[in-house]
Design a protein around this ligand. Structure first.
Ligand code: PLP
Length: 402
């Protein structure tokens, strides 16, 4: 990796459009399979239309050129590099014994469901939320319990009384926490997280904290790594982290899971062994190492770009699109757009987005309770594309008002 030290501190280019067609991209190539017409602007699934840090590209090229892709373990320096990243970025100091790797966070959440609950047990989530949260529960024949988020003022928050009530009434065993929250864009405050943690501690609920969006936090907000909040939470927490979103390497499939409690870790590992999964992808190891080691400056530049994209959406909607409300995301690169004032049926809203506006967004309905009348828009794309998308949306909305 040493030779990657010399890649110069270039100005990162987030403005250029990189053609992703023909790369097998889920976002760009799979319209027909997903029942969508060709030619929509795809702003749905959560990956970014930006090239990854140059050092990651160089590391992957080096791996490719080596030409042998046998079973691969993490590079010896990986854990140290990962620790440095967490220490610098969130004050989290992980211990080596806590660390396990999986090929993805959803994979790890499913393992938590299987490891810590049995068929029929209740698992709680906070909808609207990233839809695999409900899928991993239902697909494993567990009981889905929802404590819906509520809107207070201009933002969503948890209804803590309801959260506790649902836990008690349903004898909940596991909580899948999305922090920061996809799709509503909340970066939970320390107080909010501690309240959730205290309730779980009181009722022996294990917490799988999905922090995949931890590095996407905008000015004025701070992400709190769940394991930094209170040592007592170590006994009940499975922390799920990943470079996949942060550095746009979801396709490399690597996530880092931290479980401080030895008994919990052993249960998780038993499930991991049962799944038959062992080593990760060779490219995942070199890509993730380069990302965490060299990707900090790239990420800082990216965050400025994303925040400007977010602010652009806010201004554009305020000034040009009447009838759509915007929940200003505190983090993530996902905008949760509220179409309810337009009073459209599901079919009419779909028609508006796809056929009139020419956009491919994620319908709010897939995020469960509270999602009807919303759309999720992924703004991790060059500004010019975002401008075009919003203009198309404005024209479509103007058209229905006539
Ligand atoms: C909250 C959340 N968790 C997990 C994932 C997916 O993670 P992975 O690809 O590592 O399974 C996403 C992707 O959008 C997400 O938003």
């Amino acid at each position: 990796m040493g030779d990657l030290d010399n890649i110069t501190d270039c100005k990162y280019d987030f403005d250029s459009i990189t053609d992703r067609k023909g790369t097998g991209s889920l976002k760009h190539d799979c319209a027909a399979e997903r029942g969508k017409p060709e030619g929509l602007i795809p702003l749905w699934v959560a990956d970014m239309d930006f090239q990854v840090p140059p050092e990651v590209i160089a590391a992957l090229k080096k791996t490719a050129v080596h030409g042998i892709f046998g079973y691969t373990e993490p590079y010896p320096e990986y854990f140290g590099v990962l620790c440095d990243w967490f220490k610098r970025r969130s004050g989290f100091v992980p211990e080596r014994e806590w660390h396990i790797q999986t090929p993805g966070i959803v994979f790890a959440l499913a393992e938590c469901v299987k490891a810590f609950t049995k068929e029929g047990d209740a698992v709680i989530i906070q909808q609207p939320v990233y839809y695999p949260f409900s899928e991993v529960v239902v697909d494993n024949d567990r009981r889905l319990v929802n404590s819906a988020l509520v809107v207070r003022g201009a933002q969503y928050t948890a209804d803590f009384d309801d959260f506790e009530k649902q836990i008690v009434e349903n004898e909940v065993k596991l909580f899948l926490l999305c922090s920061p929250h996809n799709p509503v864009g909340r970066v939970w405050t320390k107080d909010e997280l501690i309240r959730m943690g205290e309730i779980c501690l009181k009722h022996n609920v294990i917490i799988a904290a999905d922090e995949i969006h931890a590095n996407f936090v905008f000015s004025g907000h701070t992400h709190h790594n769940f394991l930094t909040l209170d040592k007592r939470f170590h006994a009940i927490t499975v922390l799920c982290t990943s470079p996949g979103k942060t550095f746009n390497i979801a396709g490399l499939q690597l996530s880092d899971i931290f479980i401080p409690d030895p008994a919990l870790k052993e249960k998780f590992l038993r499930e991991h062994r049962r799944s038959g999964y062992s080593q990760l992808n060779t490219f995942a190891h070199s890509g993730a190492l380069a990302a965490y080691k060299y990707g900090g400056n790239w990420l800082d530049a990216l965050l400025k770009y994303l925040e400007a994209n977010r602010d652009f959406i806010q201004r554009y909607i305020e000034q040009n699109i009447h009838g759509i409300d915007f929940f200003l995301p505190e983090g993530t690169y996902l905008a949760w757009l509220d179409f309810r004032k337009l009073n459209l049926t599901y079919k009419e809203q779909k028609e508006l987005i796809i056929n009139k506006a020419g956009l491919w967004l994620d319908s709010g309905l897939i995020f469960g309770h509270g999602g009807a009348g919303f759309e999720r828009l992924n703004f991790a794309c060059p500004r010019v594309l975002l401008e075009q998308a919003l203009e198309q949306l404005k024209n479509a909305v103007d058209h229905i008002k006539k």
